[in-house]
Design a protein around this ligand. Structure first.
Ligand code: ZN
Length: 203
């Protein structure tokens, strides 16, 4: 039988591989989801507990955002589905969400230290400082609510003692934000070893 979600599954699968290849996630950590193009109340999401090197496109899970139930799927969705649902519900313009435990961003997250715009690229990509959300446990709606507050009108937030969440109007935009954020976090932390970095004026 033809899979009516094949395209959405492939989009999420291919970007999940890119996320893994970029070193932003290890094993089965982190997750990624995107709204299905012709039905924004449905998302395609990475499955729980399957490592990226063993993941197949047909294991991507389709979820109805209103009920939280999966549709025509073999696997269970990532345990961070509650966070994704809160963000999609409150931010209708968001089409995709990337959540990683990338090492330099996660270092900032345990310091609970925001990421200020220290390189020009960051001003263009994020508009200003990326804030740290209040701590909430994994797999809870509170994680999503706290992330929302920290996001404000930006496309990224740091999740305290956890990692980050990046949002975008496309799956590649959300992934590119996560890649840019990890590179900036690395540079920022390196500069802190030597002295006090200059922070650019933000809009
Ligand atoms: Zn996580």
């Amino acid at each position: 039988m033809r899979d009516r979600f094949a395209e959405a599954r492939y989009e999420v699968f291919s970007h999940a591989r890119k996320m893994w290849e970029a070193g932003l996630v290890a094993g089965s950590s982190g997750n990624l989801s995107a709204r299905v193009a012709d039905d924004p109340s449905v998302i395609a999401m990475t499955p729980t507990s399957i490592s990226y090197d063993e993941m197949a496109g047909n294991q991507i899970v389709i979820v109805d955002l209103l009920t939280g139930s999966s549709i025509e799927s073999r696997e269970a969705p990532s345990c961070e589905l509650p966070m994704h649902r809160v963000i999609y519900r409150e931010l209708p313009h968001v089409s995709a969400i990337v959540h990683t435990h990338s090492p330099f961003v996660t270092t900032l997250s345990i310091l609970r230290r925001p990421l200020p715009p220290v390189i020009d690229e960051m001003l263009q990509a994020f508009g200003g400082t990326i804030e740290v959300a209040d701590y909430a446990a994994s797999a809870t709606e509170d994680l999503g609510r706290n992330a929302l507050r920290a996001l404000g009108n930006r496309t990224a937030a740091i999740l305290a003692n956890h990692g980050n969440v990046c949002v975008g109007t496309s799956i590649s935009a959300a992934l590119n934000a996560a890649i840019a954020m990890e590179a900036a976090a690395r540079i920022y932390l390196q500069s802190l070893q030597v002295g006090e970095p200059f922070v650019l004026r933000q809009s």
